[in-house]
Design a binder for this molecule. Sequence first.
Ligand code: EPZ
Length: 419
Amino acid sequence: MPVWRIVGGDRLEGALEVQGSKNAVLPILAASLLTGGVTRLRGCPALLDVDASVEILRGLGCGVMQNSGEILIDSAKRPEHHVPHALMERMRSSVMFLGAILARCGEVRLSAPGGCELGARPIDLHLKALEALGAEVSHSGGEVVVRAARLKGTRIRLDFPSVGATENVMLAACAAEGETVLSNAAREPEIVDLQSYLNAAGASIRGAGTPEIVIAGKMPDRPLTEYTVMPDRIVACTLLCAAACAGGEVELRSLVPAHIAIVTDCLREMGCAVRIERDRVLLRAEGRLRACPAVETRPYPGFPTDAQALLMSACLKAEGESVFAENIFENRYRHVPELRRLGADIRVEGRTATVRGVKALTGAELTATDLRGGAAMVLAALGAEGETLVRDSGHVLRGYESLDRSLRALGAEVRMETD
Ligand code: EPZ
């Protein structure tokens, strides 16, 4: 099992490029099934979740070539419509293939994605929306089967602005007859990136980033689509929170500062100096930070749930009390008992976590619980005295291209080993 070995105490200094977005590239990889041609994707991060999506595309019959940050997908041949359980269980977000395969094949069979570390992760909103488009949903042997002789554009309102459900509606509606109007849609930047890719592939979609998205339907085949994936806003938050935990001065390049303004505002309130330029953010953290203002995770443009654990690590030694409310996932404080092993003072009551800043943290042996929780442990260890081990059964590698190399480049003593 991979083990992170971190010796805390070093200031972080230097500049880094931000990797391509995991949560943008995954739905775009699924969407490449719709073009009936070749997609050349640039700016793809090297992640376990990307590898899992590539395996699914290959399993469906697509030709796929990966060459460092570039992925070539050929979906000219009509794909299979079944995703084997073994591939589905490697990655929860393979649920994005539901809408894409249904759009291309008129039917799809895949094992219902299980829950994960964050909670039950149901897909009821996805299935209800696909039924509104004319699909029939059934379940057999742990698999969900969705069939649609024809998809018909319609008006759909999501009960909750689910990111995945919004993406599945956009993908399925591309093949529908007539226009689909989706309201209460998720507004995340990754949804805008998916719209940009689909329009580059010949679709006609507008409104992504707002609560109402209009999809024209009957997307034509496109022999070649070229697209560059947006930068990863959560990786950017991770690296800035690392600087806040360890102290120092870090410059991030090739990102969209507006995507993380709500997080950089919190870091500024905590006493970090933050300078925003066109596509870069500079953060300087000196001395003891102040507690952060109350954090309530919300759908975008609210505070991102994926940054909750990351900012919490930056609060562990801050002066005063920081209060977090996790409103998106029902089980997203699993990193708290592990952070307490470093000496953190955190109290959890239901959806609220209260962090009381301590003067010092001491290295300990930790176990990563999920992707962002594991990253938060690595960050907290940067500000702890002595050595910390984080046992990680692959959680962090799912979402970070080379977090250890990035942190070492900034001066941290971080090694990935296998025990
Ligand atoms: C996406 O997950 C992201 N994953 C998550 O990032 C992110 O935390 C989440 O959006 C929220 O921003 C990818 O994009 C691959 P949701 P998704 O559907 O689409 C409930 C990371 O760390 N819900 O917006 O699964 C659900 O249980 C990952 O990179 C239903 O009840 O998120 C959750 O409580 C973690 N029924 C809430 O909505 C449904 O049918 C938000 O889920 C669908 C969702």
